[in-house]
Design a protein around this ligand. Structure first.
Ligand code: BTN
Length: 261
């Protein structure tokens, strides 16, 4: 466990209001409850512990008390160009940047948005979109939920060998506030323009998979296999498959093909 969050410092430096909760099922679910109850200004929720943290594809996100950042940013918008893919890709570069500024380490990004450090996943983001027609609100709501493992240990069996943390790099607790502030302000700035273009060079530079062979699948199974050649300005992944065809994918999940495996 570490000494988490200085509330006054966070709110003094952040461009968006940050609330810290002791314990919640999931910061994304709490955000949805607040949106449905009529919230209409952008906000951030942090929790010291989640009892039912959610990951992508229906997975859970392990969130023990005071060992990680469990963060949700809610942004209200009318801009229909704010796609979940674009926001998810933006979030990963912005998170990597915030971690780099606070801890001076380079995380690698596995498309779409998993962050890796020392070959272990240390962060993931679950973006959700609630359309205004489905609730009593005049704007759509974009929900960006991110978990960052700071000193998490004893991961459940299914995560051991895959998940890791930034423990060895956290020398002073103030740097945790700096990650949160950098990330919240980075997302705030991104939502001002919705332009992924300026973030793409860093996304590519930080990519774990560019130039590598990957296999892509979705809920119904295998989609394609090939070398990742690029990412476009919408955040989609471009691959050259085994037939030499150039294909663009805007959803799905990849696994790296390692020589000899
Ligand atoms: C993934 O790796 O699949 C995404 C993980 C997202 C976890 C974060 S923790 C804060 C927010 N609240 C949740 O329930 N999930 C996200």
């Amino acid at each position: 466990m570490i000494d988490m969050y200085n509330k006054d410092y966070l709110n003094e430096k952040s461009k968006v209001n940050i609330e810290i909760l002791d314990e919640i099922d999931s910061t994304n679910e709490e955000a949805k409850r607040r949106i449905l109850a009529g919230a209409c200004n952008d906000f951030v929720i942090l929790a010291r512990k989640q009892t039912a943290g959610k990951g992508r594809k229906g997975r859970s996100f392990y969130s023990p008390k005071d060992t990680g950042i469990y963060f949700t940013f809610v942004h209200f918008t009318d801009d229909s160009s704010e796609t979940v893919l674009k926001v998810t890709v933006a979030a990963s570069v912005i998170a990597a940047n915030a971690i780099k500024d606070a801890l001076n380490i380079d995380c690698k990004i596995k498309w779409v948005n998993d962050l890796y450090f020392n070959n272990k996943k240390v962060s993931g983001t679950l973006c959700e979109l609630i359309l205004k027609d489905t609730m009593n609100n005049s704007h759509n709501a974009v929900i960006v939920g991110t978990g960052i493992n700071l000193c998490t240990e004893d991961f459940p069996d299914e995560l051991s060998g895959i998940a890791g943390s930034l423990k060895e790099k956290i020398a002073n607790p103030g740097s945790i506030d700096d990650i949160v502030i950098g990330y919240a302000n980075g997302l705030y700035d991104f939502f001002e323009t919705n332009d992924l273009k300026p973030l793409m060079p860093l996304y590519k530079e930080s990519s774990l998979v560019i130039g590598k062979e990957v296999e892509l699948s979705d809920a119904s199974g295998f989609l394609d296999k090939g070398i990742v050649t690029d990412f476009d300005e919408e955040g989609a992944m471009i691959i050259r498959n085994l037939l030499g065809e150039i294909k663009r994918f805007d959803s799905g999940e990849i696994s790296l093909i390692i020589d000899g495996e």
